[in-house]
Design a protein around this ligand. Structure first.
Ligand SMILES: Cc1ncc(COP(=O)(O)O)c(C=O)c1O
Length: 381
């Protein structure tokens, strides 16, 4: 009976708003960053790589440069660093936090450090000003990686970071199935521009968007999620091979999708912020800001509770994930010998074992929220 019910309810995707398919010419993004240079790329990884190339260009005296990344992060940071000719140096998180341990970060610095990548973690921003004070090295550039965040409203953005990057990839806040953006104060060494693209390519792209929108429905998505061969959502390293232009099809959809993103209700997010604060070790960080969350980040007391919860939620198709399953050096296919480990990673390793995400996208309905909270109540008490 339970199996039949689970099948009829389907599986919620962990992230992913539908793609709005109305086209418009737009400078919607430039108005968020009025005095900054915008460089549009084919992905968030390319935007990061471009920022790193710009930083290298400005410090030609440093050979074999290093960039510091968090010990728990997306392997695309490693891909971008290696592409741009850096050694990625991974540094621990603060205890029960999704951001750097600033003391560990200081110890990770070397004469070769040119940059630090600070992650906006699912909508929870790294405090850049305090990072800069801790670093106390004006020559080290800070890149704010916003792949998991986009401004919540049409308001001019300010930042203490030197570079900001964004992603328009699958499952990102403004989801165009691909694309990236670098925001900087100077021209980067390359300006990839916008690809022209033929009418056929654009037609195929819109077809892909329509198929994607259909697959987001829980009854459709379960065909993918319950198929063990597909290993959906598995974290894996991919080598980055080129920086390319922002695809033409995507360019016409930017405006509509930003506006759609801004118009989404935040029902699931608000409910989880309210009901899960008592059990979530990340609650103080989450509550420090009103920014939209891409997924609800939940850090539990123990690995056993996390695993039990993950199992029960996913048995019921409620879209929970561990995000990255382990610290960056242990992610599948990461070329470990090309990374440098700075100090121990005890906090990041413990974080990886106790962390999960809950979906908060537009497809999460009242009954999903209710069922999620019921399961959490049963498991965590
Ligand atoms: C924190 C972070 N940075 C960078 C990226 C890379 O973005 P893209 O997939 O557009 O290359 C991702 C992608 O998931 C990410 O989560």
């Amino acid at each position: 009976m339970d199996t039949l019910r689970a099948l009829s309810e389907g599986v919620l995707p962990p992230a992913g708003n539908r793609i709005a398919l109305s086209t418009a010419e737009s400078n919607a993004v430039q108005s968020l960053f009025p005095d900054r240079v915008l460089s549009w790329t084919n992905s968030g990884t390319s935007a990061l790589a471009l920022a790193l190339l710009a930083i290298r260009r400005d410090a030609p005296e440093v050979d074999q440069p290093e960039v510091i990344i968090p010990a728990y992060c997306c392997p695309d940071l490693v891909s971008a660093a290696l592409y741009a000719g850096y050694t990625p140096v991974f540094s621990d998180l603060a205890k029960d936090r999704c951001h750097y341990d600033q003391e560990a970060l200081k110890r990770a610095l070397s004469e070769r450090t040119l940059a630090v990548i600070a992650i906006n973690f699912l909508g929870v921003a790294e405090p850049i000003k305090s990072l800069r004070v801790a670093l106390n090295r004006p020559s080290v550039a800070i890149i704010e990686d916003n792949a998991q965040w986009f401004p919540s409203k049409p308001q001019v953005q300010t930042t203490a970071a030197d570079y900001q990057t964004f992603s328009f990839g699958r499952g990102k806040p403004v989801n165009l199935l691909g694309g990236g953006l670098l925001v900087s104060s100077n021209d980067p060494p390359r300006q990839p521009g916008t690809a022209k693209g033929s009418a056929l390519q654009r037609g195929l792209y819109y077809g892909k968007c329509m198929a994607y929108n259909t697959l987001l429905h829980p009854t459709m998505y379960q065909a993918l999620a319950r198929n063990p061969w597909l290993r959906l959502g598995e974290t894996r390293y991919h080598e980055h091979t080129s920086i390319e232009a922002f695809p033409a099809g995507q360019a016409h959809l930017v405006r509509a999708n930003i506006q759609t993103y801004w118009s989404h209700e935040r029902r699931a997010e608000k409910s989880y912020r309210k009901h899960l604060a008592a059990i979530n070790l990340l609650a103080p960080q989450i509550e420090a800001s009103e920014e939209r969350l891409l997924r609800y980040p939940l850090l539990l007391e123990s690995r056993e509770t996390r695993n039990a919860l993950l199992h029960k939620l996913n048995e019921r198709g409620l879209g929970a994930t561990t995000l990255y399953s382990d610290t960056i050096d242990r992610v599948n296919d990461v070329p470990q010998q090309r990374l440098r480990q700075a100090g121990d990673n005890a906090n990041a390793a413990s974080f990886a074992q106790r962390f999960l995400t809950l979906p908060v996208h537009e497809g999460v309905k009242a009954h999903h929220i209710e069922r999620t909270l019921t399961v959490i109540d049963c498991v965590v008490g």
